[in-house]
Design a protein around this ligand. Structure first.
Ligand code: FES
Length: 181
């Protein structure tokens, strides 16, 4: 009787409770392992994606040469002036070399004559900066206001895949550059 009572007592306090606790701890262990594995898996796949900022390309197509209008075309979103003179093409930045405001194209009523690089040239238009009054001749030469340098010229090339005009903002060229197509 005493033995029975002792067994029952021991079951009530330990034998019944122990398997429940063990199961609970096992489940907790499995859950922890799964959480750890998920975290590791996430980190692994995340590490395959490079940490880079995707900036707009510095080299972009602007259409087919023969579709470009004769004279000046302004690409607003790129702040770039494209010029076509028959079969020749060139590109001048619209960003003022003082503090970067967008310069405006302004055509003279009558071309003016100026000496540039020891040569008298006819200048049909200029660029004017609305911010602090800098002015640039048609070839980008700064001649008035605080702009310290001429406007930048960028290289034009033809895309090898489809023949479109490509502007390369990473390649500055001098003001004599022309792409002849
Ligand atoms: S930003 Fe053009 S003159 Fe200052």
């Amino acid at each position: 009787m005493n033995k029975e009572t002792a067994n029952t007592g021991s079951s009530a306090s330990g034998e019944i409770g122990r398997p429940d606790r063990r199961t609970f701890l096992q489940k907790l262990g499995v859950a922890g392992a799964l959480a750890g594995f998920s975290g590791f898996t996430f980190q692994f796949f995340r590490s395959l994606i490079p940490n880079v900022l995707y900036e707009p390309s510095r080299r972009f197509k602007v259409g087919y040469p023969d579709h470009l209008a004769e004279g000046m075309t302004f690409l607003d979103e790129k702040r770039l002036y494209l010029f076509r003179e028959g079969k020749s093409y060139y590109a001048i930045s619209g960003s003022c070399t003082h503090l970067g405001c967008t310069v405006r194209y302004s055509k003279f009523q009558k071309p003016i004559e100026r000496e540039l690089d020891g040569e008298m040239v006819q200048i049909p238009f200029e660029f004017q900066c609305p911010c602090h009054g800098s002015r640039f001749y048609a070839d980008g030469t700064n001649y008035e206001g605080p702009a310290p340098e001429p406007l930048r010229w960028y290289k034009l090339e033809l895309a090898p895949d489809d023949g479109q005009l490509v502007v390369n903002l990473e390649d500055e060229v001098d003001r004599y550059f022309r792409l002849t197509v």
